[in-house]
Write a protein that binds this ligand. Structure first.
Ligand SMILES: Cc1cc2nc3c(=O)[nH]c(=O)nc-3n(C[C@H](O)[C@H](O)[C@H](O)COP(=O)(O)OP(=O)(O)OC[C@H]3O[C@@H](n4cnc5c(N)ncnc54)[C@H](O)[C@@H]3O)c2cc1C
Length: 465
């Protein structure tokens, strides 16, 4: 281990903070993690993570990263009854932009673990707490950084015994979407970072249900909004046969916030057998509703002047449209960037780290931009031309991917964050899209000609099951 200093402080014990702390244990003599909330020993939602009661999935890329940081974590989750999806395609119903990608299975080496968000955070925290040089202090609200000239030298904290200061060689802001680093930079005499934003105007309602174990083959049902239907759902089977049922609207459409209304809403577009199983399930919680105004990427990577000793990781840098389920995996990839940067020393650390972290964020942001353009018609700022070109073709692409397993698997590689979006922009992929589209159109013309039915109303599409 190369020691870069005596003490590092991480503000926030959410997913980003726990990962940052793990990285810092390789380079600092001791690491303190501070969180305003009481941190429960049980896996339950908490106030500081208001998104906790809403359906979360850990993309396989994120799962592999977490396992690398905390060896044994995935086996620990398995042992606690967390569902895992490997080879059985019946366990996933995935419907991006109205096209069911049947036959989708990640395989054993890219298994999808489906813990509830509180369970995942609880177990990651437990693994971090085993590192002897880490202290995790709850009920400690961070008030702001302390600085000396152009260097952040610690934090001001209000804990159970009142206000105090903590010295640190490095401070990492992992305070989530509510990160106050832009305001703190201004107080320290630095400019605020520029922001890229995409207006999503999403609204969620979620509740937890206990579903009869044999009632559904699926462990995950993901149905995105489409250009014509601003609604979707993310349903996950977690530990203890508990299901997170999240329904959402985008472009300002809010789903109902009562249980019966949510299931009626879901029946408008989800497979009938899934809705039926949920209707006879045991409610475990009252519905919880929340809005998400916009995706936001704070461009610290573009700043010329940054104080030494202060970094930001997680949603505080980039908070992504949650309907694509990428946030935790991207936080893990930022932690990988932090590890790689620290391995090269601390010279010019903020600039090198923010630039390294921007790489995985950029790929994910671009992926989301294509989907956002297709679904929301949202303007996402400048994009490279191949991505601009793909955005209006979303429906054509997914129609082709639903019929062509090679295209489908390529898309899943991108969706799972194993490859950049350009992976589906090769000439060979273009040919496959064209071929599948022609076949689809031809097939549709051939089968529809005798009856000439009108368009299928939203919600009455037959279940593929
Ligand atoms: C509705 C919804 C659904 C989502 N679904 C998914 C999904 O399926 N998959 C996925 O990967 N991502 C999903 N996300 C995104 C994911 O939740 C975030 O990307 C992830 O939690 C970011 O982690 P973080 O550590 O940056 O922030 P958080 O996990 O939000 O943690 C911030 C921490 O800072 C603490 N804190 C705040 N202020 C202070 C203070 N002043 N002092 C001390 N502590 C403080 C809080 O208590 C909290 O512990 C979803 C988000 C939303 C909104």
């Amino acid at each position: 281990m190369r020691t870069h200093g005596d003490h590092a402080v991480v503000m926030g014990a959410g997913m980003g903070g726990l990962l940052a702390a793990r990285v810092l244990t390789d380079h600092y003599e001791s690491v303190t993690v501070l969180d305003r909330d009481p941190l429960p020993d049980t896996a339950e939602p908490r106030r500081g993570v208001p998104q906790g009661p809403h359906g979360h999935t850990l993309l396989p890329r994120g799962g592999l990263s977490l396992e690398a940081f905390f060896p044994g974590l995935l086996a620990d989750l398995d042992g606690r009854g967390v569902p895992v999806i490997t080879d059985d395609a019946a366990e996933i119903h995935f419907e991006p932009l109205g096209h069911h990608l049947a036959g989708t299975a990640p395989g054993a080496d890219r298994a999808i673990h489906v813990p509830s968000r509180p369970m995942l955070e609880r177990r990651v925290r437990a693994h971090l707490a085993r590192v002897p040089t880490v202290r995790i202090l709850d009920r400690c609200a961070v008030d702001g950084p302390r600085s000396d000239g152009g260097r952040v030298t610690g934090v001001r904290v209000t804990g159970p015994d009142g206000p105090c200061d903590l010295d640190a060689d490095l401070v990492v802001d992992a305070l989530g979407r509510g990160s106050r680093t832009p305001a703190w930079l201004a107080e320290l005499g630095y400019p605020r970072p520029a922001e890229d934003t995409v207006t999503v105007r999403a609204a969620y309602s979620s509740l937890q249900l206990r579903v009869d174990p044999g009632a559904l083959a699926e462990k995950m049902v993901l149905i995105s909004a489409t250009a014509d239907r601003p609604t979707g759902a993310a349903l996950f089977r977690h530990e203890d046969d508990m299901w997170d049922v999240s329904v959402f609207g985008v472009r300002g459409h809010a789903p109902p916030s009562d249980a019966a209304g949510m299931l009626d809403f879901l029946s408008g577009f989800a497979p009938a057998h899934v809705v039926e199983a949920l209707r006879s399930a045991e409610p475990l919680t009252e519905p919880n509703s929340r809005t998400f105004p916009a995706s936001r990427w704070r461009r610290y990577d573009r700043m010329r002047d940054l104080p030494d000793g202060l970094l930001v990781l997680g949603d505080g840098v980039c908070s992504l449209n949650p309907t694509y389920g990428q946030g935790m995996a991207v936080a893990a990839m930022q932690a990988e960037a932090l590890a790689a940067t620290l391995r090269e020393g601390t010279r010019d650390l903020p600039r090198r780290y923010f630039r390294a972290a921007a790489k995985p964020i950029r790929d994910t942001w671009r992926f989301a931009s294509v989907a956002d353009r297709a679904i929301l018609g949202a303007t996402t700022g400048p994009l490279p031309w191949p991505i601009r070109a793909l955005a209006p073709l979303g429906d054509t692409f997914f129609g082709a991917a639903a019929a062509d397993p090679t295209l489908r698997d390529r898309f899943l590689e991108v969706f799972s964050l194993f490859s950049p979006p350009t992976r589906v922009l090769t000439p060979a992929a273009g040919l496959r899209i064209a071929r599948a589209t022609v076949r689809r159109r031809w097939g549709r013309t051939a089968t529809t000609r005798p009856e000439q039915p009108g368009p299928t109303p939203v919600g009455s599409r037959p279940s593929p099951h």
